[in-house]
Design a protein. Structure first.
Length: 254
């Protein structure tokens, strides 16, 4: 449990609060229980160091207020919209016998002892925090989920977590899932077909066939041209012979 020093503040106006912030102090208030609300101020540096710690809003803190101690729970922190610096903190008094609703973070252990994760499975976290109703004197810091023995396809539910005494989830009536061990998702690229010797031979044969057809077509074209030429010469010869016969015909008549 963390223990921090705070001072009582007697600021009444906004200007006095801004002056306090200018001196690197964060105004705060302690409320709850039968006592009156108590105005306090805390070092900004100290507030920042607390914010860096995990689960700040679910951990009980002891405030030392002018020689008196008070167990509190941080409930809300306000930040400057421009600088993102903390400008106000609310603390709730811890009163024995009362209960409070909190979001408690989940922690996973024994990842290396999970057969599913060893075989490439993926831990799919459904809930990183679980809302619980807790007695103020028995607030857990975290919920432990043991992954030992978990295999691919298994679901880890709230019933698998050992909760402290009198601590219950706010969700009732169903055994909700905290996480699952899912099968790995692998995307395989299509393999390029390998060129076989048979494929190469078919390609070469096809190329040779094409060349042969082209050569045959060329030769056929030349033969056809030569045949046309001979036929033309033959026709021309017949025409000349007929013309000569026509010239001789009048001479025989005389």
């Amino acid at each position: 449990m963390n223990s921090i020093e705070v001072s009582i503040r007697n600021t009444k106006t906004r200007g006095e609060v801004n002056t306090l912030r200018a001196k690197d102090f964060v105004p705060g208030i302690v409320y709850g229980g039968k006592d009156k609300n108590q105005k306090v101020s805390i070092s900004k540096k100290l507030v920042k160091s607390l914010l860096d710690k995990e689960n700040f809003l679910s951990n009980i803190i002891t405030l030392n207020i002018d020689g008196n101690t008070q167990d509190v729970l941080p409930r809300e922190i306000k930040f400057d919209i421009m600088t993102d610096e903390p400008i106000h903190v609310d603390f709730l008094r811890i009163v024995k016998g009362s209960k409070i609703i909190l979001e408690i973070p989940v922690k996973f252990i024994n990842n290396e002892k999970s057969p599913g994760l060893k075989r490439g499975g993926v831990l799919n976290i459904v809930r990183r925090k679980v809302e619980l109703k807790c007695p103020t004197e028995n607030i857990p810091n975290e919920l432990i989920v043991d992954l030992e023995g978990s295999d691919i396809g298994e679901s880890l539910k709230i019933s698998s977590i050992k909760l402290p005494q009198n601590v219950v989830p706010t969700i009732q009536g169903r055994d909700f899932v905290i996480a699952t061990v899912a099968a790995p998702t692998i995307i395989k690229e299509p393999e390029k077909p390998a060129e076989t010797e048979e494929g190469v031979e078919d390609t070469e044969a096809s190329a040779e066939g094409t060349e042969g057809a082209e050569a045959k077509e060329t030769a056929g074209g030349e033969d056809k041209k030569e045949g046309d030429k001979k036929e033309g010469d033959k026709k021309e010869g017949k025409s000349d012979k007929k013309e000569n016969e026509d010239k001789k015909a009048p001479a025989e008549k005389k």
